[in-house]
Design a protein around this ligand. Structure first.
Ligand code: PLP
Length: 399
């Protein structure tokens, strides 16, 4: 193929590389971290507590526990519901490692159910047939920031006495009907990893309506001790504690919470900007028959576009998906793929005898998707560059 593509030696759309994702950290965050360091209280303390309270106020959930990752949050929620060896948890294969790995960490078995062509979320019509006498929970993932259709999941959970744990790593700030994600089901897990909708560097949060569950996951987050460090070391606290269960060391630090407090204040502004960028991409990419736009707001859910994932109709292109990614890289545009389905990874193939053909919808989506940059720190010029790079490749590779 000869063309003006940078891949073929032409001039790239941009002189400098546009990273796939970048955090938006402001002066307030920096000042709060500095004050935290000066305060002498670096680990879980007053700022972590304030972040939890602010997160409750934002989501409407009555209880929140700040932890050091969404992975920790998922692990704790599974343990919080006493899920372990012999149990099964139904989830989606189109997700990050953490979703399935944390189920494995408890000794339980992840049971994958294919995704919907239209939303990339778990196909609720396939969940019931996957339920066995060992099923303890359903773990939907709100992929890319579009909340899964929760009503049928909650109904099934009630009928079969299952817990619902939401992987909302992509969905902090999203709405589902009249509710914010975080106040819909038994337990919701958020990520504040550096690429997510808001960040604390590394971090996560559990929200729940259930006081007993909240107390249990808090206990499990700190060595299974009967009281947390904040209580132990404050003036009111005492030296005495008991190990009441096998716990972990999953607490958030006040340094991280200092960042989170200010990120949370900006969450709706971030969402507005990502949705605005998504509209521009929709307009620009909607012209091409070779591009399937990402799912949009559903009748019940608002898409917050943590990711903007285009799907290529490879039968209408003279290049492969991998070559498309290389071509964007050459134009100085960063991309990623969300996700390699979990069941295609060597560990899961070997463990469960899964592979190509096990979940055809997730596999077909994986084979044809590319996520392009979408974050509040992008300038309008950056957005124009992404559009120009995609248009350039389309002009060279459409058929
Ligand atoms: C990022 C991510 C996680 C894990 O979040 P961490 O905070 O990095 O542990 C879990 N699930 C999904 C779908 C993710 O994208």
């Amino acid at each position: 193929m000869s063309s003006d593509l940078a891949l073929d030696g032409g001039k790239p759309v941009r002189d400098t590389f546009l990273p796939f994702a970048l955090p938006s950290v402001g002066e307030e965050e920096i000042q709060e971290v500095v004050e935290t360091l000066r305060s002498g209280w670096l680990t879980a303390g007053p700022r972590t507590k304030a972040f939890e309270e602010a997160f409750c106020a934002y989501t409407g959930a009555p209880h929140a526990l700040a932890v050091n990752s969404c992975t920790a949050a998922l692990h704790l929620c599974l343990l919080g519901f006493h899920i372990g060896p012999g149990d099964e948890v139904i989830t989606t294969p189109l997700t990050f490692a953490a979703t399935a790995n944390t189920i494995m960490m408890t000794g339980a078995k992840p049971v994958f159910v294919d995704v919907e062509e239209s939303t990339y979320n778990i196909d609720v019509s396939l969940i019931e047939q996957a339920i066995t006498k060992n099923t303890k929970a359903v773990l939907p993932v709100h992929i890319a920031g579009l909340p899964a259709n929760m009503e049928p999941i909650l109904k099934l959970a009630e009928r079969y006495d299952l817990r619902v744990i939401e992987d909302a790593a992509h969905a902090a700030g999203a709405r589902h009907g009249d509710l914010k994600v975080g106040d819909i089901s038994d337990a919701t897990c958020f990520s504040f990893y550096v690429t997510k909708t808001i960040t604390t560097g590394e971090g996560g949060m559990i929200t729940t309506r259930n006081q007993q569950f909240a107390d249990r996951v808090r206990m499990l987050s700190l060595h299974g001790l009967s009281r947390d460090a904040w209580n132990r070391y404050s003036q009111k606290g005492s030296w005495y504690y008991e190990i009441v269960d096998l716990g972990y060391k999953y607490n958030m630090t006040d340094i991280a919470a200092a960042i989170g407090l200010h990120q949370l204040r900006r969450i709706d502004e971030f969402t507005r900007r990502r949705r605005e960028i998504a509209r521009r991409y929709d307009e620009a990419f909607g012209k091409y028959e070779a591009i399937i736009l990402p799912p949009r707001d559903s009748s019940v859910s608002e898409h917050i576009y943590h990711l903007y994932t285009i799907r290529l109709r490879l039968d209408r292109l003279s290049i492969t998906r991998d070559r498309f990614i290389e071509a964007l890289r050459a134009e100085n545009i960063g991309t990623s793929v969300h996700f390699i389905p979990v069941h295609l990874h060597p560990f899961y193939r070997k463990e469960f005898g899964l592979g190509r053909g096990s979940f055809p919808v997730a596999e077909a989506i994986f084979d044809s998707i590319v996520s392009v940059p979408i974050y509040p720190g992008m300038s309008n010029g950056d957005v124009v560059d992404v559009v120009a790079a995609v248009e350039k490749i389309m002009a060279a590779a459409s058929r």
